[in-house]
Design a binder for this molecule. Structure first.
Ligand code: KG4
Ligand code: ZN
Length: 343
């Protein structure tokens, strides 16, 4: 269709170099180069290592995306890039690359919010977003509940974590249990053979009447439990502890997401971010949405983790909504507020 915008999206806010090509709501290419293996021995992302990896991966990823999509720069209507939030040095590589491409090929540039992009990506899987919807974004860097009247212009924060992000809690608990980094997928896997009711770990802020989260008390409770067990010379039942920890996280996430829908009279819940790949989160969210009469949308795992297609998807929505492009001197903003969809 002629009125569908073809947008190249660049994402470098953390450790994934993502380049996506999207036409309208259709995914054409989603190339990802991850530096996660280089961070594994440190147990967390090292910003300088991530920035250098982005620098090396960027141009080849752009070339791969064009090859995959079978389009060329002449077909591109706009370039979109994650302007924030994220790691400052890492963001800078993507923003600089996007500016260079936009200037060299004479394309408008859209500096976008990473969190809005996590919401917008679902158009690639499930079509136009219901307006409004509630979004639960859970990853290694963020845990937020958002009211999204219109992803191209208005995103309202309803609650967020007061300490660790949900994915960060998964990664830290995995480390305590001797599982590799990033720990989320490993906890998900070993928990399948565990008993979620093995220990009733604390549900931080569960009943405080807010839509905020807290995971650091839970992480400490798991660490203390494991230490006590080890001190007593007993084996640690990794499957059971992982399952009980995971249950505590997904219990509060889903309860508060449903509460957000109820409080705001919204019938559609969208879950995104790396932790949205979690099988128990998906299952419990579906169960509770069904009970509450809420429709649930969760993109496939490859679109939940950081990627360039999500940035391109938001860019295409912005172009089609007629929003003005960003200035070529747009800054990378490591603490870009969620309310700023477009810089
Ligand atoms: O969105 P993402 O790729 O990057 C950030 O912006 O952080 O999310 C990565 C996070 C990591 O903390 C990882 O452990 C977690 O998502 N994660 C999972 C699963 N897959 C990835 N957490 C729980 N269960 C999973 N299956
Ligand atoms: Zn993310």
């Amino acid at each position: 269709m002629a009125d569908e915008a073809l947008v190249l999206g660049i994402e470098t806010s953390c450790d994934e170099t993502g380049v996506g090509l999207v036409r309208g709501n259709t995914l054409l290419a989603n190339e990802i180069a991850s530096s996660v293996d280089e961070h594994a021995r440190f147990g967390g992302v090292v910003p300088e290592v991530a920035s250098r990896a982005h620098l090396e991966a960027m141009v080849p990823a752009v070339h791969r995306a064009f090859d995959k999509a079978g389009v060329s720069w002449a077909d591109v209507d706009a370039v979109a890039v994650t302007a924030g939030p994220g790691l400052a040095g890492a963001l800078l590589v993507g923003v600089a690359a996007a500016k260079a491409y936009a200037l060299a090929y004479g394309k408008p540039l859209y500096g976008v919010n990473h969190l809005s992009a996590h919401v917008a990506v679902d158009v690639l899987e499930h079509g136009p977003l219901p307006q409004p919807c509630v979004a639960l974004l859970v990853s290694g860097g963020h845990s937020s509940l958002l009211l999204v009247p219109d992803v191209t212009r208005e995103v309202v924060p309803l609650g967020s974590t007061v300490d660790d992000a949900a994915g960060e809690a998964f990664d830290k608990v995995a480390r305590v249990l001797g599982l590799p980094f990033p720990g989320g997928p490993h906890i998900d896997r070993v928990a399948r053979d565990g008993d979620p009711a093995f220990v009733a770990f604390p549900r931080g802020k569960a009943d405080d009447g807010t839509l905020d989260f807290s995971f650091s008390g839970l992480k400490t409770a798991v660490a203390r439990w494991v230490e006590a067990r080890e001190r007593a010379g007993d084996a640690v039942p990794v499957n059971d502890v992982a399952a009980a920890f995971q249950e505590a996280v997904v219990d509060v996430l889903t309860a508060k997401a449903i509460a957000a829908c109820r409080d705001h009279g919204v019938d559609d819940l969208l879950i995104g971010g790396g932790v949205a790949a979690n099988s128990r989160l998906r299952a419990l969210a579906q169960e509770r949405c069904d009970a509450a009469g809420v429709r649930l949308r969760v993109p496939r795992p490859g679109l939940c983790t950081d990627n360039g297609a999500m940035v391109a998807a938001l860019g295409a929505r912005l172009v089609e909504a007629g929003r003005p492009a960003s200035s070529l001197d747009l800054p990378a903003d490591s603490s870009l507020p969620i309310t700023e969809v477009l810089v």
